[in-house]
Design a protein around this ligand. Structure first.
Ligand code: ZN
Length: 103
């Protein structure tokens, strides 16, 4: 087997480089909606956050998402993202553990 290249992306909050599958993608759609993209396939400008609530809070505080998405992200949107984030966190961690079993 040839070694596969793992695509790395940077978390916009803590600036750490991580494998793409370890990160949660936030996308700004062409309709200018900002939402979490679990599939990683939605079109639009994306920003990555590691799957940690602490990083999400940091992104909110430092407005890292606003900068990464080149669009002001309102408090309402941050509230919505945070609610979604908490909802998917368990699912996200579970899927990560599943993937780790292959290694
Ligand atoms: Zn991070």
């Amino acid at each position: 087997m040839r070694p596969r290249k793992v695509p790395l992306r940077k978390c916009v909050a803590c600036q750490e480089m991580m494998p793409k599958k370890e990160l949660i993608r936030v996308v700004r759609t062409p309709e200018e909606q900002v939402l979490i993209d679990l599939t990683g396939k939605k079109s639009g400008r994306g920003a990555y956050l590691c799957g940690k609530q602490s990083c999400f809070k940091l992104a909110r505080k430092s407005k890292a998402l606003d900068r990464a998405l080149k669009q002001p992200v309102s408090d309402d949107i941050y509230e919505q993202l945070e609610a979604d984030f908490v909802k998917i966190e368990d699912e996200f961690i579970a899927s990560k553990e599943l993937m780790d079993e292959d290694e």
